[in-house]
Design a protein around this ligand. Sequence first.
Ligand code: 2P0
Length: 326
Amino acid sequence: MEATARAHTNIALIKYWGKRDEKLFLPMNSSLSITLDKFYTTTKVVFDPALKADRFFLNGKPAGAAETAKISRFMDKIRDFAGAKWYAVIESENEVPTAAGLASSASGMAALAAAAVKALGLQVDGRTLSKLARQGSGSACRSIYGGFVEWQKGEKADGSDSYAVPLLGRDDWELSILSCLLESKQKKISSREGMKRTVETSPFYAGWLETVEKDLAAAKSAIARRDFALLGRILEANALKMHATTLGADPPFLYWQSATLDVMREVELLRERGIEAYFTIDAGPNVKVLCGRKDEEAVRETLAAIPGVQRVFICHPGPGVSYGPY
Ligand code: 2P0
């Protein structure tokens, strides 16, 4: 009736951008990510037949009504899957500091799915767990696995073929991912809202869909050959293309701030100096920079010196879901 699980955040190199089914969290396109070692969520789930509702604690404090309702809706899907009725006490510890500028929904929903399923005594394979996690937050389906991961969008209306698969283990390619936190004041448009508006209104979205599967195939081939320069060019272009779709939305929006551009420019300058580094940006102003391990300290120093950059976190490829006790 109780279990603890841990899942790590991931960053997309080929972005998940747009849903074809909002209820089942089915994406318009396949995506590709790296799971990160540094940031993760650890979640304990205890089912209790005496409870009348789920109770959710985040970092030791009772979560607010909206957050608890979101978690409980996801728990309903897990209960449906397992044929279980009981409510649960859910305790999550986020090692994803808000200050890291990374979303915790991927690690949070993946850890919750894993802990809840185990607490209910079910043995499921990674694919099944990935499909469940997907229904909490799309990107969570990729956090089931470590290293390089592909989320295959699937074709079926019931989502039974939309799940993540591991591509390359965390130790199979030594890369560094530097997460640059910018000083940010802007109000955030969530990725959920941003992708919805873009799909519904941006004329540029068609261009995204026309080319993203080709980007994915090229990225996979670069990964298979460990061709970092090729992978870097593809992931940078894919991120820029995703952000370009938002400019065509109605009303238009842009996640970048001026410091975002400063970091992008500095990455270009690093390359001019012979250091292979490439950037990607998610649904916010912060920039993630990929480079070889040997260059991580030089790249960190360069990025940390940019005015407007608050902190730089050095990450490496991380592990998939694991089970406690910790
Ligand atoms: C990604 N993002 O592939 C893309 C790129 C943000 C930009 O997945 O609505 O929190 O819960 O499925 O997974 C963030 O979106 O959205 C995201 P929902 P999610 O990483």
